[in-house]
Design a protein around this ligand. Structure first.
Ligand code: ACO
Length: 311
């Protein structure tokens, strides 16, 4: 019977159709999805911190409104993704515990500090740009709830990317000091943005299995290349350069050649030793503890509603 179920599952994957929560799935498929979706959800939630840092110091009411909307969208993305993950039999409470106890990962990029307002623009342009590159193919991922969440997330990410690029355009049309701020910020974020796509394919333990299951639709290096090719003309239009002397167009390949990020740095940041890891987790833990009374009150209310539905 198990073999028949597995054959049905493989047939659905081969037809590029969707697996839904009540369908039979191999335990490894379920575990891989929980790992990836949870890591993705945690990234959205932790990702509120670097930009949230600038909310009280936005240079105008308009910038503040845009940034607030963006940071709130990230909270929304985190919540849809936790819900998608819950369809696989884990609870949001368990996932949150795994994050704050360091048992599950979140994206390396959010362990870098935001040192100037230009970073808000650079994160929108490069970090959200990289996220879009990675997430548009995930709209076709084989697990239904994850793919459907990605559709809305990608629409909102496009707004985030545009607001960042527009912010940087405005600064580039300003003073020399503002232009220098933009370039300095791009210099700091370029390599960490390339690292968001994960280790090179020959050092990525999960890619082959995830591709075979249709969870991932492209390898890490394919998406990194796409991101570089997309970003170079945008940088030219903006008037900034990327800090990579090896970056050049390769006519034969029809793509850009580029240097390798410092992969040891990625390993360090992923394993908890990046510039802001401790601060990010401490902040998340504090927010979770501060919210305990809300969760308790909501549970007490729900219990009472069950006992006395007319109160
Ligand atoms: N930051 C943190 N951890 C990473 C990163 C990164 N940039 N890249 C890879 N890793 C981890 C993987 O999670 C994996 O660890 P694990 O096996 O303990 O879970 C390990 O490094 C090896 O990497 P891969 O074998 O390449 O792992 P995988 O096949 O899962 O690919 C990737 C990694 C590309 C990040 C994939 O999980 C993915 O596409 N996730 C969905 C997108 C996402 O999470 N985006 C978050 C940032 S974007 C945003 O929120 C704005």
């Amino acid at each position: 019977r198990e073999a028949a179920l597995e054959a049905d599952f493989e047939a659905v994957i081969a037809r590029h159709e969707r697996i839904e929560p009540r369908d039979w799935m191999p335990e490894g498929y379920r575990r891989t999805l929980v790992r990836q979706i949870a890591q993705h959800a945690h990234s959205e939630i932790i990702g509120m911190q670097p930009e949230g840092n600038w909310l009280t110091r936005a240079p105008s009411l308009r910038r503040k409104a845009v940034l607030l909307a963006k940071v709130q969208d990230e909270a929304g993305h985190g919540l849809y993704l936790y819900s998608a993950c819950e369809t696989l039999g884990v609870s949001r409470a368990e996932l949150t515990d795994m994050l704050i106890e360091g048992r599950q990962k979140y994206s390396s990029i959010f362990n870098y500090p935001t040192l100037s307002y230009a970073d808000v623009g650079t994160i929108g342009w490069l970090v959200d740009g990289a996220a879009i590159c990675n997430q548009v193919p995930l709209c076709r991922t084989s697990y239904g709830p994850y793919g459907r969440a990605m559709i809305r997330v990608c629409k909102e990410e496009s707004f985030h990317q545009r607001q960042g690029y527009e912010l940087l355009m405005t600064m580039m049309a300003g003073t020399d000091e503002q232009r220098a701020m933009v370039q300095e910020s791009v210099d700091r974020f370029w390599w960490p943005a390339l690292m968001m796509f994960g280790p090179p394919d020959d050092a990525s333990p999960n890619t082959a299995r995830s591709l075979a299951w249709g969870i991932k639709r492209n390898t890490n290096d394919e998406l990194r290349q796409k991101f570089v090719d997309m970003s170079v003309p945008q940088a030219e239009r903006l008037g900034v350069t990327f800090p990579d002397p090896q970056l050049r167009w390769n006519e034969e390949r029809g793509a850009h050649d580029f240097g390798q990020p410092d992969w040891d740095e990625l390993t360090r940041v992923i394993s908890g030793d990046g510039p802001c890891n401790a601060e990010r987790i401490a902040h998340r833990r504090r927010a979770h503890e501060d919210g305990a009374w809300v969760r308790e009150a909501a549970s007490a209310y729900a219990a009472r509603q069950q006992e006395h539905p007319h109160d």
